[in-house]
Design a protein. Structure first.
Length: 490
């Protein structure tokens, strides 16, 4: 290589090195810029997070102050009510017994009317003075007469003011109960206006035997207006047609706090019941009581549809209906696939289906370990006491279905151990020897959940060591030795 070529190569190498150094410096500069930007960003995020925490603390403090202010306002309104009505005197005169007789009322009718008017007077005075009271005792519900109207209006005016007492005391036991027997429209209008202003946690309506008055619409309007309502009970309130059911279901479905619905002695009939099953779709109901409604002749899927349409329902009470053998089959099918229901009550006071035990098998199918594993471990079943309920009522009592399954499996192993039958059943269930270590390891933890309600052992429980001894002694001993030898060779 001559000198000129060497110089050219050296210059190129020098230029390349300079370019590399330049790029490196440029990249280092960009890196430092990015590093500084990243640092600044982290600092900004830290400041934002601290600011967010301060804001959250401020919001919490403001919320506490708002809550305290609301309590103060509720208390102030309540005290104002008590002070205003401290010397309040009931403004109406009570009718005389002889006066009622002279108006043509019978002796019993006059006596019942006086009892109701006196009850309304006592409740009105207590509400005016801010005292907790039972509003309209169910025992005091005679037929309505026009002589009662002035007292009902005075009662309704006091009921409107009573909302300050309910708001201040914050007691969920405040209840409004009303007998609907023969109440005309003008009475319902007066009461509805009051109930749209004063909200209760529990509304009870009962005894409706008059067809021409729109009680269901009245009830639905009260439910819609009551933002505090958690418990709604209809006792002997007849749901006569599809329109009644549509009205009631729409009010329940759109309510945002209702948790417990009771329909008791409502004489719905099979057709109306299915309408309710199809149209009741509440997002908040936790419990439903459908008591003594003459329910029978269900269709496949009726119970399943009711539960799937109301997934928040955890307790279903179907006591004292008229279920037959097919109904039991449909209920068993519904339970086999359901994992949301936590309690099902079934009382058979009128007729006991011969196949009621199918429900027991769904909750605890003790034929084999596999069938037990696949049973319903979520729903606690309560049935009539004459049907030896101890056999199933002590299962699925834990909220955790895993613990319920463990208790049932240990129950089977304990029961079989008493007759030294575990090995034979393991053979018939085709349980491989490779599962023995896991079975032995789980005996002790499974036994800890096999206790009765007093925390002591069940009558049919044996110690885990007894089951382990039986398994090791009787179950595929030769196969176990061969299995261990193969394990050692591997």
């Amino acid at each position: 290589m001559d000198e000129s070529s060497f110089n050219t190569t050296s210059q190129l190498a020098q230029m390349r090195q300079e370019m590399i150094d330049s790029l490196r410096a440029e990249l280092r500069g960009e890196f430092e810029v990015l590093h500084q930007a990243n640092y600044d960003l982290k600092q900004e995020c830290k400041m934002l997070k601290e600011e967010q925490l301060r804001d959250q603390a401020m919001i919490s403090q403001l919320q506490e102050e708002v809550n305290a202010l609301q309590i103060f306002v509720r208390k102030a309104k309540y005290l104002e009510l008590v002070k205003k009505n401290k010397n309040w005197v009931y403004p109406l005169d009570l009718p005389d017994y002889d006066e009622l007789l002279s108006l043509g009322y019978g002796e019993e009718e006059s006596s019942d009317m006086l009892m109701m008017i006196n009850h309304m007077k006592d409740v009105t005075i207590k509400m005016r003075r801010g005292k907790k009271c039972r509003i309209l005792d169910p025992e005091c519900t005679p037929q309505y007469h026009e002589e009662m109207m002035p007292h009902l209006k005075e009662f309704a005016d006091a009921l409107i003011e009573y909302r300050h007492t309910i708001d201040y005391m914050e007691d969920e036991t405040f209840c409004f109960s009303l007998g609907l027997a023969a109440l005309p429209r003008e009475v319902l209008d007066v009461l509805q206006d009051a109930l749209q202003r004063t909200h209760f946690h529990l509304l009870i309506f009962y005894r409706n035997f008059i067809d021409e008055v729109p009680y269901t619409k009245f009830i639905a309007n009260c439910v819609r207006a009551d933002t505090k309502l958690k418990y709604l009970t209809l006792n002997a309130v007849t749901l006569q047609n599809t329109r009644d059911i549509d009205t009631l279901c729409a009010a329940v479905n759109n309510h945002q706090s209702l948790q417990h619905l009771t329909l008791d002695h409502c004489d719905m009939g099979v057709g109306n019941l299915r309408e309710i099953f199809n149209k009741l779709k509440s997002p908040t109901l936790v419990r439903m009581d459908l008591l003594e409604n003459g329910i029978s002749n269900l269709r496949p899927g009726d119970i399943s549809d009711l539960l799937s349409s109301n997934p928040s329902v955890r307790e279903l009470n179907l006591d004292d209906n008229l279920f037959n053998e097919k109904d039991i089959v449909y209920m068993a099918d519904a339970l086999s696939d359901n994992t949301s229901l936590r309690e099902l009550k079934l009382g058979f006071d009128y007729y006991i289906p011969d196949n009621w035990y199918l429900l027991e098998c769904i909750v605890f199918d003790a034929i084999s370990l596999n069938s037990t594993y696949n049973s319903n471990h979520h729903c606690h079943l309560e049935i009539s006491p004459q049907l030896r309920p101890h056999a199933i009522s002590r299962f699925n009592e834990y909220k955790d279905p895993t613990l319920n399954r463990r208790k049932k499996i240990y129950n089977i192993l304990s029961t079989r151990n008493m007759n030294l039958e575990n090995a034979a059943y393991f053979e018939s269930d085709n349980i491989g020897i490779k599962h023995m270590p896991r079975i032995l390891a789980l005996l002790k933890p499974f036994s800890e959940h096999h206790l009765n309600e007093n925390g002591s052992k069940e009558d049919d429980e044996v110690e885990p060591l007894s089951i382990a001894y039986e398994i090791l002694r009787d179950w595929k001993v030769h196969e176990l030795y061969n299995f261990l030898e193969v394990m050692e060779e591997d």
